[in-house]
Every structure is written in C-alpha cells, then in structure tokens.
Design a binder for this molecule. Structure first.
Ligand code: AHR
Length: 690
C-alpha cells in the first residue's frame, strides 16, 4: 500500500539530480540528509537559535528587495497556475465533502455477492425478534444486494416487540451531524407484502433520544414490489454523533435498499458539505484535479475509479471498493459531481484518467481502447443532443462543462505499458478534441520527453529543507518543450507531522520559486486536500474535519497567499543580502475582480531564525502607492505548531494596515514567517477625487 513513507515513482531530489542545497545544511539549518534523531536534534537547535536571535541585535540581517515594475518588464503568469487536487483518500469525499450521511447506503460494501458486508449498519433487537440478512433481490440491476429483515415479534401475541421496536441503524461516518432546525431529505427503497408499521428516525448515538421521526404507512407501499419513499424531516435537537434508524413493531418481512439521508443545506444545493466546499472556494482555485492520485489507478484495475459507473441516478450506481485507501465508496461523488464541484467553486476541471494501469496489473497497448475516455469527454463537453451529453443534461446540466485538461495516468511513467497506452489515448483525444491539454506522467524537467504532451506531471514529497531548496528546481530547466504541472507537492514525514507550520513555510518558499519559474511551470497543487480525522491514511493534509468540525492546517492558510497569483503579472525582483539562503521573494501585480483595483503584492518567506530588516525598493510603477487600503499579512508561529479542533487558528494569517506603504519602504520580516505586502496602486483619478 502507498503510505507517506513508501512512495512509488514520486519525484524526489534524491531520485535524480540533486536539488540545490540538498547535500549540505538546508535553509532551516537542518542538514538535508539527517536521519530522524538528527532532525529532531536540529529542530531543537533551530529553536534555540531563534530564541537567541530575538535577544541579539547582531543576529538580525539587513536585506534589500529591488523590484522592477516597469511596464513591459513583467510577465503574465499562467491563468490557471494555482489550483487544488482532490483525491478520494482519508474519506475525503465519502463521509467528507459529499454530504451524504449514510455509509454503505446500498449494503454493497462486501461486493456484488451475498452475504454482503452491511457495516456500519447494525441490528436493533436480538435473535428472538429479528433476523437480518442480505440477498440479491434489489430492483437495481448494477447493485443487486438488498437488506432483508425478518421481524419475528409483533405488537400483540406471544412475542411482543420491545418498546421502540426492532430494525437497523446506521451511524453514518463516525456519527452524523444533525442540527436543530435543519431539514434532512430521507430517501429509501422498501419492499414488503405485509401490513407493517415502519418508523424512520434520526436519534442520539444510542437511539435513546429522538431528533426527528417519520412514519411510513405500509398501505402507501406497492404490494410485493419496491417503492421509493422520499420525505423530509426537521430536527428538533442538535447531536453531532447522531444515527439513522428504521424500526417496526409489527411482524413480517421487509427488504431495504439504497437508503440516503442528506442535509437540505448543501453548497449551491449540489450535495457538497457546506463548510468544506466553502473552504475550497475561499482558495479561489483555478483548477480542480480529480479524482486522484493512486485512487485513479487502484491496487487492481477491477477496483479502480470508473467514471461510467459513477454517473446517473445515485441509486443505480454500484459503488466500489477503494482498494488503495481501503474503504468502500458509494460513488455519490461521481464524475458528474466532480465536474459540478469545479464549476461551483470557479475552477476548471482536470480529470485524471486511468490508462489501463493499476499498481499491480496493466492492460497491453494492443488491447486497450481510448473510447471509454472519449465517451467521458463527450459526457462532460458534448452538446445535450449528443449520446453522452444527453445523459449529462438529464442529470441537470444541459450546458457543457469546461473540461480542457486531461491527465493520462498517475505516477505511471515507469510502468511497462504506460507509453504505449499513453500514445493511444493521446492520439484519440487530440483527434477528437484538439483543444484539450494532455498531461503526461513522465518528468520533463531534466530532459526532453520522447512523446508528445502539452504538460508533464511532477510530484514531490520531501523534507522541509529539500522543499525550500526546490524553489530553484526549475531555474535551469529547458525553456522549450512541454510545461510542468506540479500536481502534488508536500512536505512529509517528521518535518510535517499532521500539518506543521514548518511544512507550510517550506512549501511557501517552493511556491515562490514556481512563481518565478512560471514561464515553464504552468500549474501547481498541494496534496492531499482533505482528511477525515477518523480515518487518517495520509498526513499531512490541507483540511482536517470530522462529522461537524473542520479547520485548515498551516498549509491551507499558506495557499491563501497565492490565490491572487494566477493570471497576475510577475515583475523581475532581486534580493540582496549577506545570505539569501533562507529568503524567497516575488512581486506581482494583481487586480481585484470585485472593484478592478490593482495591487502590487510582495511576498517574502523567511525560513531562517534571523529577523530581517528589509528595504523594499520598487521602480517603474505607473501608479502611486496609496497607503489607504494597503495591508500586510503574516503567517507565523513555532516550527512545530499545528492547528487542531481545539485550536483551529493557532497558525492563521493576520492582516494589518500598512500606513507606511510606498514604493520605497522599510519593513521588518520576523524569523520563520510568510509575509505579503499588498500595496494599493491608486489609479490616476484616485488622488484627485480624494
Ligand atoms: O497524495 C497522496 C498520494 O501520493 C497520491 O495518491 C499519489 O499520487 C501519491 O503517491
């Protein structure tokens, strides 16, 4: 299995050419190749030197940042430079971003055969009053497993049902977040031939307290056939660890299938958990890479994500076992929903396609066909009269989605059949959709690719020192050929913990390096995006959540410093200091979409223990800098600081006014800090109107 420590084919500095500074003491003062114990010692030393620098004036540095903002000297950064990468890992989607509260809603977790795995459904009652089993009698062709409940007790006679009845309950994904006054949509499929009472309820975790109840009258059900029941309930109380239950006090046999409980209140009404989707939108991502990662490949092809099985009515989707990250997904968050999510958060979708390669098996180029992929693209882009476009339209989106990026595979370059399969997919896609940007898995940063591609994928998981040094990774890369898509970057291991400030700091330096190289680095995204704290398969992640809480790790907040960069103008800038090893800086001009105002944003990352007295000198500006709405934003903390449910904003960007904002100004850069100075560039009309 892939884990933080056992990555396959991940590009690391030590895999090939050494990253700058990788073999000597890194910018954080930690020797780059130090072992675990050495790293911990070095962290202690770093913090001591930080403490010393605060009391010793000679530990301060002076530096100058020269920015040439002359018109014509800058370069526009790619329009879609910074985005996000969603992978179904850590229950990111099922039990996370996808707001469905029922886990294993079709009872298929054990696969298509019976007996199936009904976990986490549990039985209310005992063997004297109920028998629960699974059979293959569902009305849904692609997911035949249904739950059968044979109720032995009754509301009269010798075997009286216990108070509250017998039945089944589902605790959701480690408890359901049910809020007072909020409405929930319940949908389920039921079959029974008897006259039975059926009670649906949302309750406390032990079932003792009812939050919302509804009754199904069996005379409203089709006799002996399946009936879809849909209703809405409102909760009278709040419980973040609630469960859903279906009970009865009457004898008979009932079959159940495809049971869903969704909050009515979801992001743009499209089924995404409100707070989590809002956190994504707040990053202003320009693209959404989905649905993985290793998830796309699968350990075995039979378990890989298949777009076709994730579209159409939710009840008809078979779901599949995510064998890389080891959990079942009902595929409520399917291909259509990913495209919708991208649109809803203002991002372009970027689909990662399985090209017939998993971690353990692969299809030969002679047997592979790209038609399935062309169908998917038609589903996304075809007009509503086309075969697959009409399916999309029937799902509620008659207009095409803006799918212009397709990545062929994930980390598959070294796989035997990759190139052969890639070429088949590449030609088929380009023939049918010449405007689609095709992304190769092979690294083109150190030499030219031997196959056509618009972009190449580059992944890096490494230590903080290496990450910061890799700000220079693309400095000497050839300027011709396909551009880089750094689709997965993260500091991992001991430096990162579950999301340290140190990791964010090093990543910020790396991203500034990407900005400076944005003539050949086209796009970048951090990985992974989400972790449900109850199923942490990979650390660190940008956003942590449970059933009812969420917070951003320092990396999440670090990404906010880059949300104005896509499509902005980057200006030439030079840092002058006795040692610039621990500093990275960039200067961009960006325009606020809300009012059209322009800002010069200067970002400086200081990953050293010295305080830096920095002189900023900007020449060539066409506009005056006005201190009026100029501001400074700082993200800082101790290197080991992490946010948590208890302290979600321990490391959090703090903004303040910048009364001394001008084109030449002195600023103080504190040790270990990410800084942004947004200087308001007043239009000519501005001063005369004041
Ligand atoms: O981001 C986590 C994993 O790291 C991805 O699934 C994979 O692409 C990489 O190995």
């Amino acid at each position: 299995m892939h884990g933080s420590d056992g990555l396959r084919k991940t590009v690391r500095p030590s895999d090939g050419k050494e990253a700058q500074g990788a073999s000597h003491a890194g910018p954080f003062g930690i020797p780059a190749r130090m072992g675990l114990r050495g790293t911990l010692c070095a962290l202690v030393l770093v913090s001591i030197s930080c403490w010393c620098s605060a009391s010793r004036i000679d530990a301060n540095q002076t530096a100058t940042l020269l920015v040439d903002a002359s018109p014509g000297m800058g370069r526009m950064m790619p329009q879609n430079m910074f985005g996000i990468f969603f992978e179904e890992i850590n229950h990111a989607g099922a039990g996370g971003l996808w707001a469905e509260l029922i886990s294993n809603r079709g009872f298929e977790d054990g696969g298509p055969n019976t007996p199936s795995n009904i976990y986490p459904w549990s039985i209310i009652g005992n063997e004297t009053n109920i028998i629960v089993s699974t059979d293959r009698t569902s009305c849904f062709i692609r997911n035949k497993v249904a739950l059968r409940m044979e109720v032995l007790c009754d509301n009269n006679g010798s075997n009286i049902c216990p108070a509250g009845g017998v039945g089944v309950y589902n605790p959701g994904f480690w408890g359901m977040n049910i809020q007072q006054g909020k409405a929930y949509k319940i949908a389920l499929h039921v079959r029974t031939s008897e006259s039975m009472n059926l009670y649906l309820s949302l309750t406390s975790s032990d079932g003792s307290l009812n939050l919302a109840t509804a009754t199904i009258q069996s005379d409203t059900l089709e006799k002996t056939d399946w009936t879809k029941v849909e209703l809405q309930v409102e909760s009278s109380g709040t419980n973040v660890n609630a469960r859903f239950q279906l009970t009865t006090t009457t004898k008979g046999v009932i079959w159940l299938d495809q049971v869903s409980v969704m909050p009515l209140d979801t992001y743009k009404g499209h089924g995404f958990r409100m707070e989590l989707a809002s956190m994504l939108a707040d990053l202003k991502p320009r693209f959404l890479r989905f649905p993985g990662g290793s998830y796309v490949e699968g350990e075995w092809l039979m378990n890989a994500f298949r777009w076709r099985e994730t579209i159409g009515p939710w009840e008809e989707r078979p779901g599949h076992f995510n064998d890389v990250w080891k959990y079942w997904t009902d595929d409520g968050l399917g291909f259509y929903e990913f495209l919708q999510l991208a649109e809803d958060i203002g991002a372009l979708p970027l689909w990662v396609v399985n090209t017939g390669i998993s971690h353990n098996d692969q299809v030969n180029p002679s047997s592979i066909s790209a038609f399935d992929t062309l169908d998917a693209i038609e589903f996304a882009r075809g007009d509503s009269g086309s075969k697959w476009g009409s399916v999309r339209a029937s799902m509620g989106h008659p207009e095409p989605f803006q799918l212009y990026y397709v990545a062929l595979g994930n980390q598959d370059c070294s796989m035997r059949n990759y190139k052969g399969n890639y070429l088949k997919f590449y030609s088929a896609i380009k023939d049918a959709y010449p405007d689609i940007q095709v992304i190769s898995n092979c690294d083109g940063s150190s030499g030219p690719l031997d196959h056509p591609a618009d972009l190449y994928d580059f992944h890096v998981y490494t230590s903080a020192n290496n990450m910061f040094s890799m700000a220079h990774q693309f400095d000497r890369t050839s300027r011709s050929g396909p551009k880089a898509f750094v689709s997965e970057y993260a500091v991992t291991g001991k430096d990162a913990g579950k999301g340290s400030f140190l990791a964010a700091l090093a990543q910020a330096g790396f991203l500034i390096g990407l900005e400076r190289n944005s003539d050949i680095v086209e796009m970048a995204s951090n990985a992974p995006l989400f972790v449900n704290d109850n199923d942490r398969r990979w650390s660190p992640d940008a956003i942590v959540f449970n059933s009812w809480q969420q917070y951003g790790t320092p990396s999440y907040w670090m990404q906010h410093f880059f949300k104005e960069s896509s499509g902005a103008i980057i200006h030439p800038s030079v840092l002058q200091a006795s040692s610039t090893k621990s500093l990275m800086a960039s200067a961009i001009t960006w325009q606020k979409s809300e009012d059209g105002n322009k800002y010069l944003k200067i970002k400086i990352v200081n990953c050293g223990s010295d305080l830096v007295n920095l002189k900023i000198s900007v020449t060539g500006l066409e506009n005056d800098v006005c201190s009026c709405v100029s501001k400074k934003t700082v993200l800082t903390g101790r290197l080991t600081d992490e946010n948590s449910f208890r302290e979600p904003k321990k490391v959090f960007p703090v903004s303040s006014k910048l009364p001394n904002a001008r084109s030449n100004m002195d600023v103080v850069i504190t040790p270990y800090s990410i800084n942004a100075f947004d200087l308001f560039l007043a239009p000519a009309s501005y001063s005369s109107s004041m």
